[in-house]
Design a protein around this ligand. Structure first.
Ligand code: SF4
Length: 217
């Protein structure tokens, strides 16, 4: 769709400035392909997290998906492998998706920062800000129709809030910067740490299913 608009509409002398404007509002889109952006991330030293990483963790999944999941930061296994959500939390995320008839290969998954914070601490605001241009560009290139924000940190960063999960779950938000709707879901690592929350997850999964099913096969 985007190549049709970019290529054929101007040839037919149809004004597509509205489309370009929508894609660039509020954030830069300097890189037009994920591979060159991935290479830039691999070389990045914009914050101190580069000093302790083994690998950068760029993103994974269907690059044409309408749905982008955004987590907080890579953990130990992700850092080892250079892929997001592959440890226990990743397996639980896969199970969540399966339980509502979706599969991981049909969505795209990223984190707010591309390098692992030491000892799996939360990423600091300065680190999230340093890394935000890469995420902006991933969103600009992939053009998802829905964002699923995994956990409080990703949610509050995107929604410009400082709210607890209880005020964020089971609601539909709109991220003006990207012109994209977003919903907030529990971070699977949190569920692993707090098994008592598991009973709440089913309601969230049903909500997730209702929003995502028109967008994935
Ligand atoms: S976390 Fe992001 S900004 Fe910081 S070094 Fe890694 S890629 Fe660069």
């Amino acid at each position: 769709m985007k190549s049709m608009i970019d290529k054929y509409f101007p040839e037919m002398e149809i004004d597509v400035s509205w489309y370009s404007k929508k894609r660039t509002i509020g954030y830069s889109s300097g890189h037009t392909d994920l591979n060159s952006l991935d290479q830039l991330v691999k070389d990045c030293q914009k914050c101190d997290l580069y000093k302790t990483r083994k690998n950068t963790v760029f993103g994974d999944g269907d690059k044409n998906s309408d749905v982008m999941f955004i987590g907080e930061a890579p953990g130990r296994e992700e850092d080892e492998a250079g892929k997001p959500f592959i440890g226990r939390a990743g397996k639980l995320l896969n199970e969540f998706l399966k339980s509502i008839g979706l599969n991981r290969e049909s969505v795209y998954i990223v984190n707010t920062v591309k390098c692992r914070p030491p000892e799996n601490r939360d990423p600091e605001i300065s680190e999230i800000n340093a890394c935000s241009d890469y995420l902006d560009q991933q969103i600009s290139i992939i053009e998802p129709k829905v964002l699923v924000l995994l956990g409080k940190i990703a949610a509050n960063r995107f929604l410009n809030e400082d709210k607890p999960m209880s005020d964020l779950r089971l609601k539909k938000f709109f991220v003006e910067k990207y012109d994209i709707p977003a919903i907030v879901f529990y971070h699977p690592a949190y569920i692993l740490r707090s098994p008592s929350q598991k009973k709440r997850v089913w309601d969230d999964l049903q909500f997730l299913h209702g929003i995502l099913s028109p967008h994935v096969s």
